[in-house]
Structures are given as structure tokens and as C-alpha cells.
Design a protein around this ligand. Structure first.
Ligand SMILES: CC(C)(COP(=O)(O)OP(=O)(O)OC[C@H]1O[C@@H](n2cnc3c(N)ncnc32)[C@H](O)[C@@H]1OP(=O)(O)O)[C@@H](O)C(=O)NCCC(=O)NCCS
Length: 159
């Protein structure tokens, strides 16, 4: 696998992130919307970009609300998918949230977005609820998922 570098996104990354948005979603965020988050300085929004060499391969946007972090957006450019970049971005956001002392990380996903749902489950997120008819003018449910941070797994089989 190629070397993935993840760092905080800067204003000069925004055109590439807007392209990833357009290539990933039916209703993509505009460059202006992304720029607003990237330049936010109140400490409640964190945007990370994943780099493969000089190429911006994916990005994720996280918000901090009342001691919880929420993954607002995550997308990988189509040509870079299935190479572990989504997993690396999510892992980065989980670690960042733990560093900040947050207790839980949450997200919402379209019920039909299998790639994202499998990724989240692989990373230890669990389904905690649904919002019926939340997307696409009422035709698709939102699935709510979360991951409690700093949990210790105890292996009951250890003698
Ligand atoms: C969802 C998304 C971010 C995944 O990114 P990615 O870099 O391709 O994912 P990874 O390569 O890190 O995959 C990690 C795991 O996710 C799962 N996964 C990824 N793509 C999948 C697919 N198309 N179908 C099923 N499972 C998939 C697999 O379990 C995979 O682990 P494995 O390779 O060991 O099998 C990417 O498909 C994407 O940008 N989609 C469009 C935007 C989007 O839907 N974002 C989510 C909004 S909630």
C-alpha cells in the first residue's frame, strides 16, 4: 500500500477537496462551505486531508459539540478508493477526538451507503438508531452510529 500522510487541511487544499466532494456526492459542499470550515478558528471544527505523495486523496470534517465529536463528512477521491484511505482518515479522527478528551464520536450515514457503513462497523462504530426518511426527500433513512472513546476491551478468556 502507498504511504498515506494525514494533516490538518489548509485554505490552499480547498479546490482539491471541492473536487473530491463533487466526485463523491449528489449534493456536494461548495468550495466556500469547505473553506469556511478549514479556516474556522473557534476550535470546534477540524478538517483533515489525506495525501498520497502530492495528491489530495481524501478528506474528513469533524465538529465538536458539547464534549462529543461528530464526523460531518468523509470522502475519498474515486481513483484512490479501496486503498485504506477512508480507514486512515477515520482512525485519525478517532485519535484526534481521544487527544481532545472527548467521550464519544458520532455520525450519520444513508442506510443505502454500504461502503461507508461497512467501513464504520470495521472501525468499531455501532448502530444506535435511525431517522426514517431523513434523506432524498424522504425516500432514504439515516442510520445513526457511535463509538465510545477510550473504552478498554477485556478478554474474558484470559486465565
Ligand atoms: C466510504 C468511503 C469514504 C470509503 O473510503 P475508502 O478509502 O475506499 O475505504 P477503505 O479503503 O479505507 O476501506 C476500509 C474498509 O471499508 C469497507 N469498504 C470500503 N469500500 C467498500 C465497498 N465499496 N463495499 C464494501 N465495503 C467497503 C471495507 O471493509 C474496507 O476494509 P477492507 O479493505 O479490509 O475490506 C468512500 O467509498 C467514499 O468516499 N464514498 C463516497 C463518499 C461517502 O459516501 N462518504 C461517506 C458519507 S457518510
Amino acid at each position: 500500500m502507498q504511504n498515506i500522510e494525514i494533516r490538518q487541511a489548509k485554505l490552499y487544499d480547498v479546490p482539491a477537496l471541492a473536487r473530491i466532494e463533487r466526485d463523491s456526492f449528489d449534493s456536494p459542499w461548495s468550495a466556500d462551505e469547505i473553506a469556511k470550515d478549514v479556516t474556522s478558528d473557534d476550535g470546534s471544527i477540524y478538517v483533515a486531508v489525506a495525501l498520497i505523495g502530492d495528491e489530495r486523496a481524501g478528506y474528513a470534517d469533524m465538529r465538536i459539540i458539547k464534549g462529543e465529536s461528530q464526523i460531518y463528512n468523509i470522502a475519498v477521491a474515486p481513483e484512490f478508493r479501496k486503498q485504506g484511505i477512508g480507514e486512515a482518515l477515520l482512525d485519525h479522527m478517532v485519535r484526534k477526538s481521544e487527544e481532545l478528551g472527548l467521550r464519544i464520536i458520532t455520525l450519520e450515514v444513508r442506510a443505502g451507503n454500504e461502503a461507508a457503513m461497512v467501513l464504520y462497523e470495521k472501525m468499531g462504530f455501532r448502530k444506535v438508531g435511525t431517522r426514517p426518511g431523513y434523506y432524498a426527500k424522504g425516500s432514504e433513512d439515516a442510520v445513526l452510529m457511535d463509538k465510545v472513546l477510550g473504552e478498554i476491551t477485556i478478554d474474558m478468556n484470559v486465565q
